[in-house]
Ligand binder design. Structure first.
Ligand code: PLP
Length: 374
């Protein structure tokens, strides 16, 4: 927390706006739309509910398919299944770790031949790294498929100077506890299309028809964000740029200290983009280092330091067994090898240099023992 959260929460108490909605929600939506550079924003209960609403307003339903990045957290794809639709996964490319435009086009071409084009593509900006937005957008336009940007991890990251999340038909952000800023829980849906925004608001508030009596012609949800949490989120958005600076600084320190070790490579950054470096992610080539990412995770754990593998790709998840998956070539699955070699180091914005030195020392000790000179 930054300190200002209390002020906005206090305002909610003083004015007795405890009920869902209220001035903080409206202000938060205006702040987000301004920050993202979109026509509007809708504050909802989670990033997951924002994706769910996005799919619904784009007309995804039973029997449809939706293409989705494979290398991501499962919340990117779960709402596809809530809608009774089928997820189809798209592999990563090695230069961004994000959805490969080439694999996407192969998948869309195959779907077109079967007359089964997806209703939407969900593009994830993994760990704060922007995907190749222009290429992906061009392909989606060519096949006339809607684009949803899952920018849950990339709030504040830019592609050619514009915010990730602002390019697709709909973008979503998360305010969950683990993200770069948080309301403890919450999500934001952004769009330039007022009609989609209105529809999403309608569905997020129990789909109430415009009548004084309670009348409903469709099924809705209770997905709005509370005025209290919106107060927390407002103050967090004010410090987002500081958080990004801190996370990028954490990344750069790790990189400087560890990149000389043979077999260790850091997640690259695409040209003309600025990533928020939500998590510092790197690859450990066991053939060169002699140790696996899991061994590093265990060594850190022994010192009470938490680190994680990168997300297990969705096409490898038991729950999605049998789902279609498209890769650039038949020989290689990039997301699977990123999973096997990937490691996320502790990356919190509040980490001190001393905290980081502890992590670096442990990694060095087991990944490059001969390089330790003192
Ligand atoms: C966190 C996350 C979500 C879900 O957001 P919640 O607010 O936790 O529901 C979706 N996609 C990705 C890539 C995420 O990291």
């Amino acid at each position: 927390m930054s300190g200002n959260e209390r002020m906005y929460v206090e305002q909610a108490f003083e004015t007795n706006w405890i009920a869902p909605l209220g001035p903080n929600v409206k202000a938060l939506e205006e702040d987000f739309a301004r920050y993202a550079g979109t026509k509007g924003a809708l504050a909802v209960s989670s990033g997951t509910s924002a994706i769910h609403l996005a799919l619904q307003v784009l007309g995804v339903g039973r029997g449809d398919t939706v293409f989705c990045s494979s290398l991501t957290f499962i919340a990117s794809a779960n709402p596809i299944v809530y809608q009774g639709a089928e997820p189809v996964f798209i592999d990563s490319e090695s230069d961004t770790w994000n959805m490969s435009p080439k694999a996407l086009e192969i998948g869309l071409e195959a779907a077109k031949k079967k007359r089964m084009l997806p209703k939407a593509v969900i593009l994830v900006h993994l760990f704060g790294q922007s995907a190749k937005v222009a290429e992906i957008l061009d392909i989606c336009r060519k096949y006339k498929v809607a684009l949803i940007e899952d920018a849950a991890e990339s709030l504040g990251s830019t592609y050619k100077g514009k915010q990730t999340g602002s390019f697709g038909d709909i973008g979503i952000y998360s305010l969950n506890g683990n993200k770069i800023i948080t309301a403890s829980g919450g999500g934001i849906l952004v769009s330039d299309n007022q009609e989609l925004l209105d529809k999403a608001l309608f569905l997020a508030t129990q789909a109430r028809d415009p009548a004084i009596h309670y009348q409903h012609s469709s099924i809705g949800y209770n997905y709005r964000l509370s005025n209290i949490l919106a107060g927390v989120a407002r103050a967090q958005l004010e410090v987002l740029d500081d958080r990004i600076k801190a996370r990028r600084c954490v990344f750069n320190r790790y990189k400087k200290s560890l990149e000389a070790i043979p077999g260790i490579t850091f997640m690259p950054q695409l040209k003309d983009t600025m990533g928020n470096r939500w998590l510092t992610a790197l690859l450990i080539d066991e053939k060169i280092t002699g140790i696996s990412p899991i061994e590093i995770i265990d060594a850190l754990e022994a010192e009470n330091i938490e680190s994680r593998p990168v997300w297990k790709p969705l096409h490898l998840q038991p729950v999605f067994k049998g789902s279609d998956m498209f890769t650039e070539t038949d020989e290689e699955c990039v997301s699977s090898s990123l999973f096997e070699q990937g490691l996320c180091l502790p990356s919190g914005s509040a980490m001190t240099e001393t905290d980081q030195e502890r992590v670096v020392a442990i990694v060095k000790k087991i990944a490059a023992p001969s390089k330790i000179t003192q």
